[in-house]
Design a protein around this ligand. Structure first.
Ligand SMILES: Cc1cc2nc3c(=O)[nH]c(=O)nc-3n(C[C@H](O)[C@H](O)[C@H](O)COP(=O)(O)OP(=O)(O)OC[C@H]3O[C@@H](n4cnc5c(N)ncnc54)[C@H](O)[C@@H]3O)c2cc1C
Length: 200
């Protein structure tokens, strides 16, 4: 049973995983099982070139962020389980949370974060009735969002990144993933607001 399972290894999903992982020494998070379905094949980062993101060297390719993000997560926070070469097909509600079904196996989890991007190619069964036209994208692009209130789609079901209804900019998608992570950490902390800062 995962305490939190993130679906999607793009900007929002990896940012969420890094912030959740970074809470490893906090009492409220230390025994939590965290996972990420690290599917990257359809990330918008694949084609992107970054010159306008604070902290990222101009000229950085999205593909190198996909690779370095995975490495950063496994080096600094190896307790966050990276599930590779799997794609999510179905999400079902269960008594204790959710069952996430991939093309290879099933995972039970208490909380799910969906971070699979805003294309209308979303084919995950169990999410269809949350899907609406994206509120902040050009209509002819046919983008979608999962209707949510401050990233919460339903009890225990979060959405992050462009699929949460944000415009497609790297910093916004990453920030959305980090935002969801701090919401989950706050939940684990009994509702007391929390964040994770490292200091010099
Ligand atoms: C050509 C291009 C250039 C860009 N240039 C810039 C720029 O200069 N500056 C800027 O700020 N932004 C830029 N962007 C935008 C930026 O890349 C996106 O805003 C950002 O990647 C969105 O993050 P996301 O996490 O919402 O989606 P993504 O990064 O697309 O991540 C979604 C992830 O979900 C995974 N996934 C999909 N379906 C499933 C499934 N069924 N199961 C499991 N995983 C799944 C995908 O493989 C992917 O890894 C550019 C985008 C493009 C396409």
């Amino acid at each position: 049973m995962f305490d939190a399972l993130i679906i999607g290894g793009g900007a929002a999903g990896m940012s969420c995983a890094l912030v959740l992982g970074s809470a490893k020494d906090k009492v409220y998070a230390k025994d939590k099982r965290i996972g990420i379905i690290m599917h990257q094949k359809t990330s918008h980062l694949q084609e992107a070139l970054f010159n306008n993101v604070l902290g990222i060297t101009p000229g950085t390719k999205g593909q190198s962020i996909l690779d370095s993000g995975k490495d950063q997560l496994s080096t600094l926070y190896p307790h966050v389980e990276q599930i590779t070469k799997e794609k999510v097909k179905t999400i079902e509600k269960t008594e204790l949370g959710f069952k996430v079904i991939t093309n290879k196996r099933d995972y039970n989890c208490k909380l799910v974060v969906i971070a699979v991007g805003y294309t209308n190619l979303l084919t995950i069964k169990g999410l269809k009735h949350y899907v609406e036209p994206h509120p902040k994208a050009a209509i002819e692009k046919d983008r979608i969002w999962l209707k949510n209130n401050d990233h919460l789609v339903d009890e225990g079901l979060y959405v992050a990144g462009t699929l949460a209804g944000w415009r497609s900019q790297f910093a916004i998608a990453s920030g959305s993933g980090a935002h969801v992570a701090t919401d989950i950490l706050t939940l684990w902390n009994g509702g007391q607001h929390t964040k994770v800062h490292d200091k010099i």
